[in-house]
Design a protein around this ligand. Structure first.
Ligand code: FAD
Ligand code: SF4
Length: 552
């Protein structure tokens, strides 16, 4: 129990975990308030149970925050080549408007946040992606550069135990990855060979999954279940890395199932206190310093919910930017059947990646870049049930024979690309829907522009080309962001900027309007990058913010 904390942190995910680690390591007493529960790997991630394939990431009580959706944009029939389909279901006419599909926005409430569910890709941003406007004239620049983040990237990679390739590529490093890269799975090897023939170089993906024991955690056993929760704790989720380290200092008080309801600004713009729930009781906590790390949807919601006489438009919203500039990642996924190839169901999810088109301007005629990755496990095609129900038509003896013959030949390529920020996409408060406390739910509005559609089409084309070169004779399923919102990576709603009029926080994460309020989560990203997964950058930024807090 921490008496009179030096800092209160809201949210125990990627950003909150990293901040809590850095602050407690430096001697600060931290109170960490987390809306959701603790997960227990033995109880919650039973990957050896016979029904493992039927389980998705678990949802114990209180572990999912409700959101609503506003406009997700129209689907122009002229772009119907981008409609999602699977072999098992007849192609349907694309919807007139984009719909919420799959997991929609399903970020986790819990001790570890969405990193409990994440795959564990651990990417640095492309240095030029942080200068998107300067390089291409589109989007905005970050107010900091890659050099400002490099030492914090290294710290985060060391805590996580990132396994990555020896070559640095476009992302310079001051030291090698802590651990050697994982071996490539059979499917990834086939993609790398095909990519080499097409002039699209592939490499081992940088993964927050241990290729050797590290920091009292065991090496990966290649069960392929990262997205269902890692049963052995080698995946670099925040609970077993940053938060575990923070707890052993004895300077962290953790309160789980403790959603924060509102912030109280006081005289001089300082945040003096906040309210959180404890069962059905509302508890008020005084705070000298407050760090918000509730994610790109809940952080702006909390700021907007805290509107009052001291902050009429919402806390930290003097410039009107809270909730605006919501960015999802453009995604595409294609699966082909490759006769003669076997074992595509084996190995570490997302073990190989192609960065060849990731730098801004590297896709002809478009500002933002994209990347491609091996995605058979990530797509869930590493089990016979998914393969049988999605890829193999029919029933009876013929079905069985086709399942036996084909399982292990499905090869998936995923692609992610830069979606440009726009004036429409945002998170605001739903005017009608309320949670159990009567508080407005966050509402996500997210539309795609013509350049976003053009990049999606490019990604789909390259994925098809790669699969054909890898030997795919037929496609089994395809789909992406064109007709469905299912965003795993979200950013932008408390944008970091050099000037107050352009954003919510300054370059070190401190709110322009409140001297003792800091934001350390994905909401501060000015742009989303050319397909990089965000958590490592969230953590590097959070470590940098913690250093600024400690410096006073
Ligand atoms: C299926 C999936 C796969 C992904 N794969 C990858 C990947 O491979 N690599 C990668 O880098 N990223 C991946 N991501 C994205 C990544 O998980 C997120 O970008 C990252 O976790 C964001 O960090 P954050 O700190 O902003 O938010 P989170 O990690 O979501 O943490 C926010 C925390 O705040 C808590 N919170 C919210 N509201 C309140 C409140 N009012 N009071 C108290 N607590 C609150 C939440 O419960 C949560 O624990 C994936 C995401 C998904 C869904
Ligand atoms: S593949 Fe490795 S990192 Fe992923 S869940 Fe299994 S053991 Fe954990």
């Amino acid at each position: 129990m921490v008496d009179a904390p030096d800092v209160v942190v809201v949210g125990a995910g990627a950003g909150g975990g990293a901040v809590a680690h850095a602050l407690t390591a430096a001697g600060a007493r931290v109170l960490l308030l987390e809306a959701g529960p603790r997960f227990d790997p033995v109880r919650d991630y039973p990957q050896t149970a016979p029904d493992w394939e039927r389980r998705s990431f678990p949802a114990p009580p209180g572990s999912r925050g409700a959101v609503t959706f506003g406009d997700l944009g129209a689907c122009d029939a002229a772009d119907a080549d981008l409609a999602s389909w699977t072999a098992a279901q007849p192609r349907r006419a694309p919807p007139a408007r984009r719909e919420v599909t799959g997991e929609g926005y399903w970020h986790v409430q819990g001790w570890g946040g969405t990193t409990l569910h994440f795959i564990g890709e651990a990417h640095r941003m492309h240095p030029q992606a942080m200068r998107l406007r300067s390089v291409t004239g589109a989007g905005v620049d970050w107010p900091i550069g890659y050099d400002d983040l490099e030492p914090f990237y290294l710290q985060a990679e060391t805590v996580l135990g990132v396994a990555g390739p020896a070559e640095a590529g476009d992302r310079w490093r001051s030291a090698p990855y802590p651990l050697p890269a994982h071996p490539l799975s059979p499917g990834a090897r086939r993609l790398a060979e095909a990519g080499a023939r097409l002039g699209l170089p592939w490499e081992a993906n940088a993964r927050a999954a241990l290729s050797q024991p590290w920091d009292d955690r065991p090496g990966c056993i290649y069960c392929g279940q990262c997205g269902r929760g890692c049963p052995i704790g080698d995946k670099g989720s925040a609970d077993v890395t940053f938060l575990r380290r923070a707890e052993v200092t004895g300077r962290l008080e953790a309160r789980v199932n403790a959603p924060v309801l509102r912030l109280h600004p006081g005289a001089g713009g300082r945040i003096v206190a906040l309210d959180h729930l404890d069962g059905d009781r509302v508890v008020r906590v005084e705070t000298p310093v407050l760090v918000l790390a509730a994610g790109a949807v809940q952080t702006p919601r909390l700021l907007l919910l805290s509107a009052g006489p001291e902050a009429p438009g919402g806390v930290a919203n003097g410039s009107g930017h809270v909730g605006r500039h919501f960015i999802e990642t453009l995604s595409w996924l294609g699966t082909g059947l490759v006769p003669g190839l076997s074992g595509t169901h084996l190995g570490l999810p997302s073990d190989a990646i192609c960065w060849g088109l990731n730098a801004p301007g590297s896709v002809p005629g478009l500002p933002g870049g994209c990347r491609f990755h091996a995605a058979t496990q990530e797509r869930g095609l590493n089990g016979p049930v998914a393969y049988g129900t999605r890829v193999v038509p029919g029933f009876g003896a013929g079905f069985k024979a086709a399942l036996r013959a084909g399982f292990g030949t499905a090869l998936s390529v995923g692609a992610m690309g830069e979606k440009l920020p726009d004036e429409v996409s945002r998170v605001d408060l739903d005017p009608e829907a309320r949670d159990g406390m009567g508080l407005a739910l966050p509402r996500i509005t997210s539309v795609l522009g013509r350049q976003d559609i053009a990049l999606l089409r490019f990604m789909a084309g390259e994925a098809r080309r790669l699969l054909a070169e890898a030997g795919a004779v037929a496609m089994a399923e395809e789909g992406g962001s064109w007709d469905g919102f299912s965003a795993t990576h979200v950013f932008g709603t408390c944008r970091m900027a050099a000037r107050r009029e352009d954003g919510v926080v300054g370059p070190d994460g401190r709110a322009f309007d409140h001297g003792n309020l800091w934001i350390a989560d994905a909401s501060v990203f000015p742009t989303g990058g050319g397909g990089e997964s965000p958590s490592l950058t969230v953590q590097a930024l959070a470590l940098r913010t913690a250093a600024a807090i400690l410096a006073g």
